[in-house]
Design a protein around this ligand. Sequence first.
Ligand SMILES: *Cc1c(COP(=O)(O)O)cnc(C)c1O
Length: 228
Amino acid sequence: MSDLAQRLADVDLRIGEAARAVGRDAGELTRIVVTKFHPASLVRELHALGVRDVGENRQQELSAKSAETADLVDLSWHFIGQAQTNKARQIRRAAHAVHSVDRDRLVDALDAAAEPGDPVLDVLVQINLTQDAGRGGVEPAGIEQLAERIVAAPTLRLRGVMAVAPLEEAPAAAFERLAGYAARVRAVAPDATWISAGMTADFAEAIACGATHLRIGSAITGPRPPRA
Ligand SMILES: *Cc1c(COP(=O)(O)O)cnc(C)c1O
């Protein structure tokens, strides 16, 4: 077995254990492999190993790698990084889901970027779990307003919430709050059931708090190469 296959199998085993430990079924979890800074060839290797959900946090890398792997028609690309409104068209063309929607202007830009015949775009409300308002994500007080704006956008479909655990806090405590915010979003859109949370360091805690979509990079891909 290749190192990559081994790491993928190890992570999937740990996901299964973490789910079982809290009485959840690992089959209801989507494991997104974050391939940022790695070449498109890695995406191909992952696909050959059965991976179908991949994530990128920069628009240029998302656009380049999704174009290079366009023949892998069953791949789903998840955009998980800060999105610039002037890149909405490129993001929309490349991504199947955008996890990082955190402001009205981005909702409007993604909606306006739809072209006739485009599929509806799955989007998540990214929530800032830190005390630092400068970090990505909407402040909790703004959750309902942003969710309602997404629901009103005809070419977008609100699927749930996304967050990154703060560095300065135990992830379990932060993900507990996220579960409460997810319920507030479901009060606006009952089928917005996704909770995108959990990375290499904290996916077990995220699973315990109800995460449905895990974004795992380095534990599977190995150390990231230096940014080009
Ligand atoms: C890079 C990244 C991840 C994956 O991080 P790892 O610690 O390598 O698992 C998850 N979410 C976001 C938003 C990221 O930018």
